[in-house]
Each structure stands twice: as structure tokens, then as C-alpha cells.
Write a protein that binds this ligand. Structure first.
Ligand code: NAD
Ligand code: TDX
Length: 342
């Protein structure tokens, strides 16, 4: 009997990387293919512990390369596709929106075509709560699967656009798809351009932490491991064509997040520096995960246990993030941030 073949795109990045490891370890009877272009956000050093396992395979390729995708899909005849590959950072989408259209929209459409061509059993598209736009500060309002799409940044506009193509391939061609929309993730291997790893890595070096605006914007945090279990459930049990929101009810202001990290590391809150706000900065995201909970999902981490585990991980894995923040990242950081004394 041939093994089930699972293609995971973006498996050298943060969430895709955690999901690749989760799947390789949990399903030794599946062949797991990690496809990634290895952009600035992708690295394979995170996979040292699984790279020699018989059920792990790596393919370096760009999802927007139609010829390469069709050749690969025809050769491997994947059963499942779990699609993470994307440009994922809102601030970079404000600097250069074009690459977000090429990867997030065109790349997704190429994968949909290739999946239709070979007839996959399931295509899970990993999207984001940001496609719904922003909520006000009323704590009783949440994003549900029926909230209209109302993206505000070039990043979220590109993700919403890809969601609509995924939906259309289900409606028009009957492609068996699911779309998942998750809140902000954190955990091991989070790239240090995003708020939590940026704060941890800078506080550990006694460097200033840039907080946009007044720091009162709210995000709903989910540990990446809990995101992985949710995707696993949707992949195997999700109703074809359905959307599932993923979130663990962990709403915090950015200032609360930054202060928690500083205090856990025993450093001074004077490291906080309020900097010029992000353009079009969404006020609040908050997920209602009731539909996924009905399918059987429950998160295992609270924010308290998750952030403690994450800080511990960054302390134990300095070599991973130090190699990132010392390279090309420095140029991005200098372009992106203006500190008072600069
Ligand atoms: P990431 O930036 O850490 O990783 C993205 C990966 O995709 C990298 O390995 C990169 O090399 C790869 N990639 C980029 N362009 C590619 C291309 N053209 N072809 C092939 N590979 C390419 O991103 P992440 O934070 O792990 O996010 C993964 C997915 O989850 C994205 O689709 C994102 O929109 C979604 N998401 C992220 C969050 C979050 O909090 N980080 C929350 C909800 C949804
Ligand atoms: O230096 C910073 N200072 C700051 O105040 C950075 C990088 C961020 N922030 C704020 C902006 C946001 O309100 O912190 C909050 C979180 O910012 P990010 O970590 O950049 O995440 P966000 O913009 O909320 O988007 C993330 O969650 C949804 C992911 O990057 C997306 O890929 C995902 O779709």
C-alpha cells in the first residue's frame, strides 16, 4: 500500500516549521514533503532533529513557479496539501506590497490549479483573522466565520484575496478545501521581526523595545502548538468547503505583552520606547473559536504557561535567533525603526 503524501508549503518558516515537526513525529506512516523557497523568513536549521527521518522530504521551490509546481504535483500525486507559504509580516507589506500579491495571491492560485489537476483529497489553506479587519474595544465582540472580510493592510488584503480564490475553487470545481483563520501565534522558532520574539531577543540584549503608538492595540495570542493541533483536526475532520476560526481567548494589549516579557526576564520597563505608529494599525483582533471547539479542539496553553515556555525556549536557543538578528535583519531593522536617540 502506498503511503499518504502530505505537502506542507512554507515548512521552513515559523508555523509551517512547527507543523512539519508535529506531523513527521505524529504520523510516521505519512510521507511529509516540506516545500519552501527559503526566503529571509525560512531556514532549515530548525529541522535538524527530523531531517534524517525516513518520512521527511524537502523541496526548495517557489509556489508561484507554475511549471515547477505542476511537475512536482504530477510526480508525487499528493493526497493532502497544507498551505502556509506566504509573506507574513504586516510592516513589510507596507514597505513593499507587490511581493505579497505574487506569493500570497498568485502562489496560492498556482497551488489550487495544480491540486485540481491531480485531484487532491484535501487542500487546507492557512489564513488569518486579519482578513476580517479590526474590532473596536468592546470586549463582547468577536470575529466569527460569518464576519464579512474587511482587510486593512496590503498583507491582509492579499490573504483575503487568496481566501476568495480557495473558496471559488471549491464552489466552481468542487475542490475539497478548508480555510483556517487563526489569531496571533507565538512560540518556538518565531522570527524576531514579530512583536513577541522581537521583544524577547532585544530585552535579553538590554536593547530598547519599540512599541507602536500608545501600546493599547489588542491581539489574541495562541501558542503555535495549539495551532498545529487545530490544523491537524481540520485536515482530517473538517467539512469540505468550510472555514474554521482558531483562537484561545487570550486577549492582551501590546503593552501588557511587552511588560510580561520584561518582568519575567527581570529587566526594567524603561526598555520600552513608544515609537511612531504602524500605518493603518488595526485596533483589536479577537476570535470566537466555538465552531472548531464543536469539532473537538481545545487549546492546551494559557498565555501564562505559553509565554513562560516560549521565553525559556529563546533562552535555550540563542544560537538560532542570534544568527538571524546579526545578519541581513539589521538592515531591515534600521529601515523600519527610528528611536529617539537615532
Ligand atoms: P513565516 O514568514 O515565518 O514563514 C513563511 C514561510 O514561507 C517561510 O519559510 C518562507 O521561506 C516561505 N515562503 C515565502 N514565500 C514563498 C514562496 N513564494 N514559495 C515558497 N515558500 C515561500 O510565516 P508564519 O508566521 O509561519 O505564517 C505561516 C502562515 O500562517 C502564513 O500563511 C500566515 O499568513 C499565516 N498566519 C500567521 C499567523 C502568525 O501569527 N504568524 C497567524 C495567523 C495566520
Ligand atoms: O515592533 C513592533 N512594535 C509593536 O508595537 C512590532 C513588530 C509590532 N508591534 C505591534 C503591532 C501589533 O499591534 O504588536 C502587535 C503584533 O504585531 P506583529 O507581531 O507584527 O503581528 P500582527 O501585525 O498582529 O500580525 C501577526 O498576526 C496575524 C502575524 O504577523 C500575521 O502573519 C498574522 O496573520
Amino acid at each position: 500500500m502506498t503511503q499518504i503524501k502530505v505537502l506542507i508549503t512554507g515548512g521552513a518558516g515559523f508555523i509551517g516549521g512547527n507543523f512539519v515537526q508535529y506531523m513527521v513525529n505524529k504520523y510516521p506512516m505519512y510521507d511529509i514533503f516540506n516545500l519552501d523557497a527559503l526566503t529571509y523568513a525560512g531556514d532549515l536549521t530548525k529541522h535538524r532533529e527530523i531531517e534524517n527521518k525516513k518520512n521527511y522530504h524537502f523541496v526548495k521551490a517557489n509556489i508561484a513557479d507554475r511549471k515547477a509546481m505542476f511537475e512536482l504535483f504530477e510526480k508525487e500525486k499528493f493526497d493532502y496539501i497544507v498551505h502556509f507559504a506566504a509573506e507574513s509580516h504586516v510592516d513589510r507589506s507596507i514597505i513593499d506590497p507587490g511581493i505579497f500579491v505574487r506569493t500570497n495571491v498568485i502562489g496560492t492560485q498556482v497551488l489550487l490549479d495544480a491540486s485540481k489537476q491531480i485531484g487532491v483529497s484535501k487542500f487546507v489553506h492557512i489564513s488569518t483573522d486579519e482578513v476580517y479587519g479590526e474590532l473596536d474595544f468592546n470586549p463582547t465582540t468577536f470575529f466569527t466565520e460569518d464576519t464579512p472580510l474587511n482587510p486593512n493592510s496590503p498583507y491582509s488584503a492579499s490573504k483575503a484575496s487568496s481566501d476568495l480564490f480557495v473558496r471559488a475553487y471549491h464552489e466552481t470545481f468542487g475542490l475539497p478545501v478548508n480555510i483556517t483563520r487563526c489569531s496571533n501565534n507565538y512560540g518556538p522558532f518565531h522570527f524576531p521581526e514579530k512583536l513577541i520574539p522581537l521583544t524577547i531577543s532585544r530585552v535579553l540584549k538590554d536593547e530598547k523595545v519599540p512599541v507602536y503608538g500608545d501600546g493599547k492595540n489588542i491581539r489574541d495570542w495562541l501558542h503555535v502548538f495549539d495551532h498545529c493541533t487545530a490544523i491537524d483536526l481540520v485536515l482530517h475532520k473538517g467539512d469540505n468547503g468550510d472555514v474554521y476560526n482558531i483562537g484561545g481567548h487570550n486577549e492582551l494589549t501590546n503593552l501588557e505583552v511587552v511588560k510580561t516579557i520584561i518582568n519575567t526576564l527581570g529587566k526594567s520597563e524603561e526598555l520600552i520606547e513608544f515609537v511612531v505608529d504602524r500605518l493603518g494599525h488595526d485596533k483589536r483582533y479577537a476570535i470566537d473559536p466555538a465552531k472548531l471547539e464543536k469539532l473537538g479542539w481545545k487549546p492546551t496553553y494559557t498565555f501564562e504557561t505559553g509565554i513562560a515556555q516560549t521565553i525559556e525556549w529563546y533562552l535555550d536557543n540563542k544560537c538560532w535567533w542570534e544568527q538571524i538578528v546579526s545578519g541581513e535583519y539589521q538592515n531591515y531593522f534600521k529601515k523600519q525603526y527610528k528611536f529617539e536617540k537615532d
